[in-house]
Design a protein around this ligand. Structure first.
Ligand code: ADP
Ligand code: MG
Length: 622
């Protein structure tokens, strides 16, 4: 059969163009990507052979071999893994663009200096074209000796496939190195890179070494990597640098982790785990489908690359490895997912992660704050989803508050610890920005009593905190609800009586509020809108509007401060002449300023502007 010429999928063409023309720094990471693919391929055949022994073809000498050829100018990375059939090679290396391709293109356009990102997006193979102007892949599937195939491309838009002879199962990736990449033929350079990037790859990465003794040359295979399954070692024997390097291999993150959590459970459900908290959000985090998972090994055999049963979704930023001793090796993935042991392991992992986070929060508050800024919204999902751990998770959250300095935060525990005598609940106010909330009229009564109020600006806060309901036995209450008010006393009866006619008139004029009342909630502002039981708060209304939902809901209550000079002035005008048209104008203005002060939009901004202008004109001509 002659070679068939096929086109790369459009996104891949674009990716290849970017790789060949724009990515020049950090090119060395191609080796990490190709070794990682070789290692994955070995893990796959290892796993498949548990059910299907012929795939081994009698060879269990797992190996990844690097062969530089100075004369030919080629570098070959070979493995004895699963290999690929013709159909697979066409799909996997050419026509099926993974979801990560577009995401990588977007990320790389902003950051062309960071090609190391490529592995995060599941398109690592193509990094070969950073150093090679032609790549040849000779591969054959495990267990099918006559199905060898050769794939070849110069990365310029097409690739060729044709049948090929191959004695051993697995894949050879042959890089025809660019002139400026011949450096990668030097053995010291290659062994240095393997130690740098692939030291913890569990399979041996070997290279031939020639030694000369008494005029006779002997060639021996030298193992370049350390290969220690680092999670099986004692934590005290592992250095921070080793943890950091291993973290990079499991996460594709390029930064050191915030913390390594290395723990083991002995006895019935024996397992070892090494999981990591990232320091900040990796580039691909927001692009990826939200999926949590850890690598699952059973006695050092990789069973699943991302076992979703080991981590809840709200901890999807955690990366790492679990090695279980007692799970059966040769069960199907489906059955594995239902075993109770995984649920127990998950519980322990969650406990260790939450405790680990609390540890960082207590000992390195600044680093924790940075972590929380990136992952807080994800972690908070746990308050609603993990009933058992909700208080623990809630206490891992950081909030701005009326009493904390701008830029600083408090935790629920600290908040409760500082509650003064007479404060029964935890108060929170939700809005767009802490600066805006800090000046909110809703805070006036709380400030007067010396009560702190949490200022919540993450869209999930309102759901999370309302859902939590209480923390350490203290109710969580929203500061802009009618029923939430510290005891600031009642409006005196004579004042109530004096204002009654005006309030009745305003209620009649303003049909967009459900009631008009006097309040002791305000110390300086003239008016606020509060939500009665059942009504939506302002923030919830804004969210609903943004989502295009009907946010009309039950109307809110306009509360007026009888001690405010503006409110008193309106009363005077009304009492002089109940039919004075200015009463309506002023009433609207009181409502509008309450709306503006809470950070919402007035319903008719043009009319609002006109009323303010009229007011200025009248005042100026006095
Ligand atoms: P990823 O490794 O994240 O899946 P890559 O671009 O590195 O993305 O590789 C694409 C796919 O090509 C792999 O998922 C695998 O199926 C296949 N592949 C690449 N290299 C090999 C190999 N050495 N042996 C078998 N399959 C391979
Ligand atoms: Mg890969």
């Amino acid at each position: 059969m002659p070679a068939e010429q096929l086109e790369f999928k459009a996104e891949l063409k674009e990716l290849l163009r970017l790789i060949t023309h724009s990515l020049y720094s950090d090119r060395e990471i191609f080796l990490r990507e190709l070794i990682s693919n070789a290692s994955d391929a070995i893990n796959k055949v290892k796993f498949d052979s548990l059910q299907n022994e012929e795939k081994l073809e009698g060879n269990k000498d797992w190996k990844i071999k690097i062969t530089p050829d100075e004369t030919a100018g080629t570098l070959t990375i070979s493995d004895n893994g699963v290999g690929m059939s013709r159909e697979q090679v066409v799909d996997l290396l050419g026509t099926v663009a993974k979801s990560g391709t577009k995401a990588f293109l977007a990320a790389a356009k902003g950051k062309p200096e960071q090609p190391g990102l490529i592995g995060q997006f599941g398109v690592g193979f193509y990094s070969a074209f950073m150093v090679a102007d032609k790549v040849t892949v000779v591969t054959r599937p495990a267990g099918s000796p006559s199905d060898g195939v050769k794939w070849e491309s110069d990365g310029q838009g097409t690739f060729a496939v044709e049948p090929a002879e191959k004695a051993n199962r697995g894949t050879d990736v042959i890089l025809h190195l660019k002139n400026d990449a011949k450096d990668f033929l030097k053995t010291y350079r290659l062994s240095g890179l393997v130690r740098k990037f692939s030291d913890f790859i569990e399979h041996p990465v070997v290279m031939d070494e020639e030694t000369e003794k008494d005029g006779t040359k002997t060639v021996t295979e030298e193992v370049l990597n350390n290969r220690k399954a680092i999670w099986l070692r004692q934590p005290r024997e592992v250095t921070d640098e080793e943890y950091a390097e291993f973290y990079k291999t499991v996460s594709h993150d390029m930064e050191a982790p915030l913390k390594a959590l290395h723990f083991a459970i002995e006895g019935n459900n024996e397992f070892k785990a090494l999981v990591f908290l990232p320091a900040k959000k990796p580039f691909s985090f927001d692009w990826e489908e939200p999926k949590a998972g850890l690598k699952l090994y059973v006695q050092r055999v990789l069973i699943m690359d991302r076992c979703e049963e080991l981590l809840p979704l709200y901890l999807r930023f955690v990366k790492g490895v679990v090695d279980a001793a007692d799970l059966p090796l040769n069960v199907s993935r489906e059955i594995l997912q239902q075993t109770k042991q995984l649920a127990n392991i998950k519980k322990m992992v969650v406990k260790n992660v939450l405790d680990g986070l609390a540890g960082v929060r207590n000992t390195k508050p600044d680093e924790y704050a940075r972590f929380f800024a990136d992952f807080g919204p994800v972690l908070k999902e746990g308050i609603g989803r993990d009933f058992e751990n909700r208080e623990k998770i809630a206490d891992l959250c950081l909030f701005a508050s009326a009493n904390t300095e701008a830029g600083k935060t408090t935790t629920l525990n600290e908040y409760v610890g500082k509650m003064p005598e007479g404060q029964g609940s935890i108060y929170f106010l939700v809005g767009e920005s802490a600066e805006q909330l800090r000046n909110s009229p809703y805070l006036e009564a709380f400030k007067a009593k010396g009560f702190d109020v949490l200022l919540c600006t993450d869209p999930i806060d309102e759901f999370a905190l309302s859902g939590l309901g209480e923390f350490k036995g203290k109710k969580l209450e929203q500061a802009d609800r009618a029923e939430t008010k510290p005891d600031t006393g009642e409006v005196p009866d004579d004042v109530k009586v004096a204002f009654e006619p005006l309030l009745g008139a305003i209620k009649h004029l303003l049909t967009d509020v459900s009631d008009v009342r006097l309040t002791t909630r305000l110390t300086s502002s003239a008016a606020v809108l509060v939500a009665d039981a059942g009504a939506m708060t302002a923030h919830m209304q804004r969210l609903m509007q943004r989502w295009g939902e009907d946010a009309s809901g039950p109307k809110r209550v306009l509360e007026l401060n009888p001690n405010n000079p503006a409110v008193q002035a309106v009363k005077v005008v009304y009492e002089k002449n109940a039919a004075d048209p200015r009463v309506e104008v002023y009433a609207r203005l009181l409502l509008d300023q309450a709306v503006v002060a809470e950070g919402s939009k007035v319903t008719d901004p043009a009319a609002f502007a006109r009323r303010v202008s009229e007011l200025i004109t009248a005042d100026a001509s006095r």
